[in-house]
Design a protein around this ligand. Sequence first.
Ligand SMILES: [Fe+2]
Length: 310
Amino acid sequence: MTKAQGIAYVVYQATDLDLMESFMRDFGLVTARKEPDVLYMRGADTAPYLHVTRLGADNRFLGGGLLVGSRAELDALAGLEGSSPVEAIDAPGGGWRVRMTTPDGVAIDAVWGQEAASPLPVRDPHPFNSGRDKQRHNQSLRPKREPGLVLRLGHFVLRVSNHDESVAWFQKRFQLLPSDYMCIPGDESTVIGTFLRCDKGPELVDHHSMLIVQAEETGVHHCSFELQDLDAVMGAHDYLASRGYRLDVGVGRHLIGSQIFDYWRDPFGFRVEHYTDGDAVDREFQPGKFAGRADETTQWGMDPTPEFFE
Ligand SMILES: [Fe+2]
């Protein structure tokens, strides 16, 4: 049985690698490797890269990679119809992959055996003085308006033409667990979105590594990167605003998954998210059904525009 251990990377095609690199540095990623036709950006944690851009004639989402736990799992996936053989990855950290294609034609790699990168220094989380729990004593906070430093890739969201078929496709290959369902407003019997997490038994994982959602137009909705804490999100927000980048929606707190979110558009129009303080769950977490309105998915902060839900 093959089981995803996490998200490895997302892959885009864009017309200008320099432009992508300069935005992504401001967004909080670090260049891992740059070649004339491909750019690899990493975070502070040990993944060798998180965000890949291939140079091309137009701008589009190409796909993503999910980590699996062993070479044997790659071999099993390679045996499925439509899969590539196991092949070496020519990218930072190396490793092996099996290439597959979703029912909508998105390229998804199963990845194993990457060499961990050395972690980059990150400041400690700022202690928080809540009403009845003062964690910060005799100490002032001086957060800066500066590029956040992304720690890791948390999730990405796929818009698909057939929700049930795509969820089945991912579950067959990666044994992802449903964390929550989105339904047609007022109709719990019709599921149009499923938040999926990795099954690591008693180990805590992100509430979702992926969201699969029914949509008119297929492709990526956004990819999302974790920052250290709220000060990091807000400092990055002010910094990105000062650089003149396009805010999509933020800051706010999501309902499903509870993250404090901040969405920006990269120079090619792709939506990228910073988040912190998302739900961490284990195998005991039971999915619920959300059949409310789109504007009820934000608990506080800036409400997304209708375009966000298209
Ligand atoms: Fe997100």
